[in-house]
Write a protein that binds this ligand. Structure first.
Ligand code: 5GP
Ligand code: ZN
Length: 114
């Protein structure tokens, strides 16, 4: 756990969030400022600042985060219409919270990215 990390606090239940999934390694919860009808964040329990910090040993973890996103897409009935998975990494991508997280977005037609 990193001091002053909001997502560590959510994972440790020190800060409230609407948690929609959790297992031994991964927690998922609703984004506080959703930009789509469904906007979930999938995070590892372990504090990893950003995508670029992943090591070879984390290959299964980042894969599992995507499989959790797929399961949540089915749960939230996005699987027929489609959905987007986004990971912002670093300043130019607009990463605001430096605890690795995957955004799962859907429920409306999304804009082209860029
Ligand atoms: P980033 O820009 O780092 O990829 O996205 C961070 C996301 O975390 C944003 O979409 C923001 O709304 C969300 N977020 C920031 N603080 C909180 C919080 O305290 N609770 C929840 N549920 N989401 C948060
Ligand atoms: Zn953290």
């Amino acid at each position: 756990m990193a001091a002053d990390c909001i997502f560590c606090k959510i994972v440790n239940k020190e800060v409230d969030a609407e948690i929609v999934y959790e297992d031994r390694d991964i927690v998922a919860f609703k984004d506080i400022s959703p930009v789509a009808p469904v906007h979930l964040l999938v995070v590892p329990r372990r504090h990893i600042p950003a995508l670029m910090d992943l090591k070879q040993d984390d290959a299964a973890l980042i894969g599992q985060m995507h499989l959790v996103a797929n399961d949540l897409a089915r749960t939230f009935e996005l699987d027929q219409r489609g959905y987007r998975v986004v990971i912002n990494c670093g300043k130019d991508a607009g990463q605001a919270v430096f605890h690795l997280h995957l955004h799962l977005l859907g429920g409306r037609a999304l804009q082209i990215m860029g």
